[in-house]
Write a protein that binds this ligand. Structure first.
Ligand code: FAD
Length: 618
C-alpha cells in the first residue's frame, strides 16, 4: 500500500463523469462560479466518453419554442404518457423550458445541424427530435468543458464518495484511482455533481460469448451514477422502471429515424400488423392507457413480446418500400454510420440489403437509466418555483445528501431528457451547486486523513487478493480464494436475468423470485470482497462490477416493492399482472442505510402539475 502514490486535490465543485450531463455541469459551473475551483473527473477521456462517444444522428429533445413548435407543457404530457402516468413533472418541465437554449449553444459551437431547406428551421425527425451530423457531438461539448474547468482528470474511476466528518449527511468529495498509473486520487470538494451515466450489463445480455460487450446502451455505463449515491444513503426513485428497447437484431441499431423519418413499419413473419392483435389483451392489463396517443413505448414492446411468444416471429421492420427512395435510402444508412456503425456491419455480414430484405428486430435485455424513455435514479429536489414541498429541499437537483447533486442518467423521475436534456440538467445542477457553495460561505469541509486512508485500502484490495490468491493455482483462472471480475459479472447477470425479470423468463418475475434474487445478490456481495484484479484495468472491472451489484440490489428491492405491472413490455410482476392505479399511482423511493446495508422502501405522492393541480397521493 505504501508504494501507491496519493494525490490530493481540493476544489469547490467536483463533477464525476464527463459525458453529456458532466460537460454541461462543468460548463455552467464556470458561468455562475467565476472564482470557483471546478474539477471534472472522467473514467475514460471526455473527448470520446459516455453514451454519445460514437456520435448521434439526432438530438432527441428540442422544443422549438422560438417557432412555437412545442411548449414545455407538451413535453411533460408526452413523457407522462409514455411512462404510464408516472414522472416527476416539476423536473421534466424545468428541463424542457431550458433545453432549447442548450441546443442553440451546440449550434453556435459548430455542431453541424441539418436544416429544413424550405423553412430554414432545424430539420425535424419527429415531434421532439431534430437531425444533426453528429459524429463530432461529443468532442464539441468536451471542448466547452475543457475551457471551463480548472482541470479535467481523464482515466480516473471514482469508486466512493467522501463524507464530511463535521456535519451529518453532507458530502465531502470523492476518491478513485488512475487506471493507467495506479495512483490513488483524493478530491475534497464542497459540492459534488454525479453525472456518471446509466447501467448496462446488469442483466444477462442477448449477445454472449463471442458477442459479449455488444449491448444497446454503452457497455461502459456501469451504474456508478447509482452506486455512488446509494452507498452514502441518498434516496433513490423508480429504480424498478428499467427499460427494454426494440432494436435491429444483433447490432442494436436504433429504430427512431426509421419509424419517424423513413416511415417504415413493423410486421410479423406472416406480413401482418401484429400490434392490433394484442389490443384487447393489453387493455385487460392496463385499461385506457392503451388508447393513448402515441402508444407508450412499453406497450408496443408488449405486443412484440406477446406476438413472439405466440409464434409470430421473427418480427421485421419493413424497409423495402422506403429504401426505394434514394434520399431515404441514404438517410437509412447514414443513420448508422453516424451512430451505430456496427449495425451496418452486421447487415453487410449477413447479406442484408434493407432495400431488398426486411431486417429483423428484437427486444433487448433491460437497462437502468434516468435520461431515456424511462426514469430510474436519484431522488432530487426540484426547482423552487415549480416543485411542491415534498419535492423541494433548497437546491435544484440536489439529492437527499447535502451538497451531492445529480444530472442526466443519475436523476430519477424525469424521463425523455436524452443528450440535450442531460446536458441541460447538468447546467441546472451546476447553477444550484454554485449557489450552495456561495451560501456555505466560509464553512469548511472536514475530511480527515483516516477516511481517505481507509478507502485506499478498500480500493486496491482486489490487487492484493489476486497477488496472494494466485500462488494457490498453477494454471487456469479458477482460484479457491478469489473470483475474477468477469466471473462475478456473469454471476450477477444470471441472477438478474432469472430472478428479476430478464430475457430468459420473458421479463417476468414475482415476489418469490425477487426474494430469492435478493438472497443470491447478498451472497454475491459477500464474495465480491474476494474479487481479484491482476492489473489496473481489471481493478476498474472489479469496481465496475461492485457498482453494478449495488445498483442491482436497489433495482430488485424496488421491483419487489411495487406490487403491480405498471410497464408491461419493460417487465411483468407475474403475481400482479395488472396495472393498479388505485394503489400504485405514486413514486417509489428507497434508502439504503450505509451502516447496515438494508433498504427501506416508501411511496411518495405523485403530483400532476401540468393540466391538473390536484394531488394524487398514494
Ligand atoms: C445507443 C444510444 C443511442 C442514443 N441515441 C440518442 C439520440 O439519438 N439522441 C439523443 O439526444 N440522445 C440519445 N441517446 C441518449 C444520450 O446518449 C443520453 O441521454 C446521455 O448521454 C446521458 O448523459 P449522461 O451524462 O447522464 O451519461 P453519459 O453521456 O453516458 O456520461 C457518463 C460519463 O460518466 C463516466 N463515468 C462513468 N462512471 C464513472 C466513474 N465511476 N468515474 C468517473 N467517470 C465515470 C463515463 O465514462 C461517461 O463519460 C442515446 C443513448 C444510447 C446509449
Amino acid at each position: 500500500m505504501a508504494k501507491i502514490k496519493t494525490h490530493y486535490e481540493d476544489c469547490d465543485i467536483l463533477v464525476v463523469g464527463g459525458g453529456m450531463a458532466g460537460t454541461g455541469a462543468t460548463f455552467e459551473a464556470r458561468y455562475w462560479g467565476r472564482d470557483l475551483k471546478i474539477i471534472c473527473v472522467e473514467k475514460a477521456n471526455i473527448d470520446r466518453s459516455g453514451a454519445v462517444a460514437q456520435g448521434l444522428y439526432a438530438i432527441n429533445c428540442y422544443m422549438g419554442m422560438q417557432w412555437n413548435e412545442n411548449q414545455p407543457e407538451d413535453h411533460v404530457r408526452y413523457a407522462r404518457n409514455d411512462l404510464m402516468g408516472i414522472v416527476r413533472e416539476d423536473l421534466g418541465y424545468d428541463m424542457a423550458r431550458h433545453v432549447d437554449s442548450t441546443v442553440h449553444m451546440f449550434d453556435e459551437w459548430g455542431l453541424p445541424m441539418i436544416r429544413n431547406k424550405e423553412t430554414g428551421r432545424y430539420q425535424r425527425e419527429g415531434k421532439w427530435q431534430i437531425m444533426i451530423h453528429g459524429e463530432s457531438y461529443k468532442p464539441i461539448v468536451a471542448e466547452a468543458a475543457k475551457k471551463s474547468a480548472d482541470k479535467i482528470y481523464n482515466r480516473i474511476m471514482i469508486t466512493h464518495l467522501l463524507m464530511d466528518e463535521g456535519k451529518e449527511n453532507r458530502v465531502g468529495g470523492a476518491v478513485g484511482f488512475n487506471m493507467r498509473t495506479g495512483d490513488y486520487h483524493v478530491f475534497r470538494a464542497k459540492a459534488v455533481i454525479v453525472a456518471a451515466g446509466g447501467a448496462s450489463h446488469i442483466f444477462k445480455p442477448r449477445a454472449v460469448g463471442e458477442g459479449m460487450g455488444r449491448t444497446w446502451y454503452a457497455p461502459w455505463s456501469n451504474g456508478s451514477a447509482y452506486a455512488l449515491p446509494i452507498a452514502v444513503g441518498a434516496k433513490m426513485t423508480q429504480m424498478e422502471n428499467r427499460i427494454v428497447l426494440t432494436r435491429f437484431k444483433d447490432g442494436y441499431g436504433p429504430v427512431g429515424a426509421y419509424f419517424l423519418h423513413l416511415k417504415t413499419y413493423t410486421q410479423n413473419a406472416n406480413g401482418e400488423n401484429y400490434e392490433k392483435k394484442w389490443y384487447e389483451q393489453t387493455k385487460e392489463l392496463v385499461g385506457e392507457y392503451i388508447d393513448h396517443h402515441p402508444v407508450p413505448t412499453c406497450l408496443r414492446n408488449h405486443a412484440f413480446i406477446e406476438e413472439t411468444k405466440a409464434g409470430g416471429g421473427p418480427i421485421y421492420m419493413v424497409t423495402k418500400e422506403a429504401f426505394q427512395d434514394p434520399h431515404l435510402e441514404t438517410i437509412g444508412w447514414e443513420n448508422f454510420l453516424g451512430m451505430t456503425i456496427g449495425q451496418a456491419v452486421v447487415w453487410a455480414s449477413q447479406n442484408i440489403d434493407p432495400k431488398y430484405t426486411n431486417p429483423e428486430l428484437t427486444t433487448s435485455e433491460p437497462y437502468v437509466m434516468g435520461s431515456h424513455a424511462t426514469c430510474s435514479g436519484a431522488w432530487v429536489s426540484g426547482p423552487e418555483d415549480l416543485s411542491p414541498s415534498e419535492y423541494f429541499w433548497g437546491y435544484n437537483r440536489m439529492t437527499t445528501v447535502s451538497g451531492l447533486f445529480g444530472a442526466g442518467d443519475t436523476v430519477g423521475g424525469s424521463a425523455h431528457k436524452f443528450s440535450s436534456g442531460s446536458f441541460t440538467e447538468g447546467r441546472l445542477a451546476a447553477k444550484a451547486a454554485v449557489k450552495y457553495i456561495q451560501e456555505l460561505g466560509d464553512e469548511k469541509i472536514d475530511v480527515k486523513e483516516q477516511q481517505c486512508e481507509e478507502f485506499k485500502k478498500i480500493i486496491f484490495k482486489p490487487l492484493e487478493n489476486y497477488t496472494v490468491g494466485r500462488n494457490e493455482i498453477t494454471a487456469g483462472t479458477v482460484s479457491p480464494s478469489y473470483i475474477l471480475p468477469i466471473q462475478g459479472l456473469q454471476r450477477l447477470q444470471k441472477i438478474m436475468d432469472e430472478y428479476v425479470g430478464g430475457l430468459s423468463t420473458n421479463y417476468v418475475t414475482n415476489e418469490n423470485l425477487l426474494k430469492k434474487g435478493l438472497e443470491l445478490l447478498d451472497m454475491l456481495q459477500e464474495d465480491l470482497e474476494h474479487v481479484g484484479a491482476e492489473d489496473y484495468h481489471q481493478l476498474m472491472r472489479a469496481w465496475e462490477l461492485k457498482h453494478r451489484a449495488l445498483t442491482s440490489q436497489c433495482v430488485t428491492e424496488h421491483t419487489l416493492f411495487r406490487k403491480e405491472t405498471r410497464w408491461p413490455g419493460y417487465y411483468y410482476r407475474g403475481d400482479h399482472m395488472k396495472l393498479d392505479d388505485e394503489n400504485w399511482h405514486c413514486l417509489t423511493i428507497s434508502r439504503r442505510d450505509p451502516k447496515t446495508g438494508k433498504f427501506i422502501m416508501e411511496k411518495a405522492p405523485l403530483y400532476h402539475i401540468v393540466d391538473e393541480k390536484k394531488k394524487e397521493a398514494s
